[in-house]
Design a protein around this ligand. Structure first.
Ligand code: S3P
Length: 171
């Protein structure tokens, strides 16, 4: 499961997994468990590069298992070898949202996303948050669009997103 921060990957993945009789795994949670550090602490102490290394290694380790639905961090497939890996190992599903929708969701969600923080480690205020989300999404969209399945999420309920993924998987 891929898509921008705030697209609902971590909510959709367990529901989809339940329907399939699979196990749900969250790559960011695995990184936190493995390093013993929160994502902001990992970025702050060792930098984004180290975070991306952990992400790459754990992605490979996790996907040694079968029968899993993995919610990836929003930047994981920006590494071309990670994108290729995900597409080869499984079915890559993109939860697609508009910048405006994502930014409004992110404004009131978890505060543990360093790419959306100001220099003091606080979530950017709404106007700057929308600019940041728009910039990043513009850079990333063409990569996300390479997923096997794309489901639009703006104004859609979780259950309809899950149902549409299930339908696409059946096809
Ligand atoms: C990131 C997304 C985050 C997390 C990290 C970087 C990104 O995960 O992996 O903060 O580069 O988009 P979520 O997409 O689950 O928020």
């Amino acid at each position: 499961m891929t898509g921008f921060m705030g697209s609902g990957k971590s909510t959709v993945a367990p529901r989809l997994a339940r329907g399939l009789g699979y196990k749900a795994l969250d790559l960011d949670e695995e990184i936190v468990q493995h390093t013993g550090l929160s994502i902001p602490a990992l970025f702050e102490l060792y930098g984004e590069e180290r975070f991306r290394e952990e992400e790459k290694n754990l992605l490979r380790r996790l996907t040694e298992q079968t029968g899993i639905v993995v919610s990836l961090g929003g930047g994981a497939v920006m590494d071309p070898s990670n994108l290729a890996w995900c597409k080869q190992k499984g079915t890559l599903v993109y939860l697609k949202g508009s910048a405006a929708f994502l930014a409004s969701r992110l404004a009131s969600s978890r505060q543990d996303r360093p790419l959306l923080h100001d220099e003091n480690g606080s979530l950017l205020p709404p106007g700057l948050l929308l600019d940041r989300v728009s910039d990043l999404l513009t850079q990333r969209s063409a990569i996300y669009e390479q997923a096997h399945i794309t489901v639009t999420i703006d104004a859609a309920s979780i259950s309809s997103v899950v149902a549409r993924i299930q339908g696409a998987l059946r096809q």
